[in-house]
Design a protein around this ligand. Structure first.
Ligand code: BEZ
Length: 391
């Protein structure tokens, strides 16, 4: 091409256009740094891995990029330890300068992360921890949750257990926010439907010395037991409950974490347990079937609720990024887009509430073989009360 004045002008205009296209913007922004703050050790290690798998699957399905930006992962093992959480999250925010944080699993860790995200304005997507305050009193324009609130997971179970004719129940859990909020929500639902919680048993997280508490339960002879444990602790609890022979006389219930991702290890001891959760096996929708097939192909195992939540954290991020052409500094536009979106989740489509928590169906499930089989919808489009949120 001859360098005439006309050609030079044309090249200049083309170059200017390139700089302002989304593609050029993404090039200029470079990689998107995602901080994964999850447990990779301890009783919740499998949960952290499933969340990461789900998130990575969604990104891979988009060709490895979101809004034209390649993803760089920075990983921190949070060890489900609230006492290390502030240091861990500040490393991601201040040392690694991440654009967005995805985590954690543990409600106590989530409180420290939400505080740091609120102070720094860093985007936070919570792919599990149900701490009510994260989308309650601590809610913020830059904090989103792809999972559930602790209240949401267990309130509907109260009515289910009462409807099955149970009058007196005992709750048992680890003594920290998740267990306390879930068992309180169960009590609220159960007593509203005419039941009575006669005892609330706890042990320190992540302890698995259940024997003395199981002896208490056997002596009290309630009509039902409602338990929150998850991961390795849930495997041990369900096995110990059956080994003590309690599963024959006192039916065990829980939020679905008690039997999700754990059935392979729990085997016969989990058969017949009813739980409530925002996901179930055998939903048998085209969306869920496609997700399960894709997940199984890549990871050679079936997904669980944690994988779904990780996948949906990716979807929420993608919706926000697309509205701001990958520029995470445009927080208000990012939030506005996510607030309007319908997330096409394997669990079924959901929206985010004003407080940024999923408004979603809660399913009643029953363990049958290696599956938490769908029984019915226990609560349709359940919204968390978001107590204390001023958004
Ligand atoms: C929590 O700490 O919020 C939690 C941990 C595991 C499963 C569900 C909730």
């Amino acid at each position: 091409m001859r360098l005439t004045r006309k050609n030079i002008l044309a090249i200049g205009l083309a170059a200017a256009a390139l700089v302002t296209t989304p593609f050029a913007q993404a090039q200029a922004q470079g990689k998107l740094k995602v901080g994964l703050m999850l447990p990779y050790s301890g009783t919740y290690a499998a949960l952290g891995n499933a969340i990461e798998n789900g998130f990575r699957l969604y990104v891979a399905e988009q060709g490895g990029k979101l809004s034209g930006r390649e993803i760089e992962f920075v990983k921190v093992d949070d060890e489900s330890d609230p006492s290390k959480a502030t240091d861990n999250v500040n490393k991601l925010i201040k040392r690694d300068n991440v654009d967005v944080i995805v985590g954690p699993v543990h409600s106590g860790v989530a409180m420290a992360m939400a505080r740091a995200a609120k102070e720094s304005g860093t985007l936070l997507i919570v792919p599990n921890a149900g701490a009510d305050a994260v989308t309650g009193a601590m809610c913020a324009p830059n904090i989103f949750r792809s999972s559930f609130s602790n209240w949401q997971s267990s309130f509907a179970a109260g009515d289910v257990v009462a409807r099955q004719g149970k009058k007196k129940a005992i709750t048992i859990t680890w003594k920290y926010a998740a267990g306390e909020e879930m068992t309180t929500a169960f009590k609220e639902g159960f007593e509203k439907s005419g039941g009575q919680v006669v005892k609330q048993l706890t042990l320190p997280f992540p302890g698995v010395e259940f024997q003395a508490l199981l002896t208490d339960i056997a002596a009290a002879k309630p009509d039902a037991v409602f338990a929150f444990f998850a991961g390795g602790g849930a495997v041990k609890f369900v096995k110990d409950y059956a080994a003590a022979g309690l599963n024959k006389s006192i039916p065990l219930y829980g939020p679905g974490f008690l039997t999700d991702g754990t059935l392979e290890a729990q085997g016969d001891s989990a058969q017949g347990i009813f739980t409530t959760l925002h996901y179930a096996d055998a939903l048998n929708t085209p969306r869920d079937n496609a997700f399960r097939l894709a997940y199984a192909k890549v990871y050679k195992q079936q997904p669980d609720v944690y994988a779904v939540q990780g996948y949906d954290a990716g979807q929420i991020l993608a919706v926000g990024l697309s509205a701001v052409q990958g520029d995470v500094r445009k927080k208000a536009e990012f939030a506005a887009a996510v607030e309007k979106a319908i997330i096409d989740s394997p669990r079924g489509p959901f929206t985010l509430s004003k407080a940024h928590n999923p408004v979603q169906n809660i399913y009643l499930r029953k363990v049958d073989g290696k599956e938490n089989k769908l029984v019915s919808v226990a609560a349709k489009a359940l919204n968390d009360p978001a107590r204390g949120c001023r958004l």
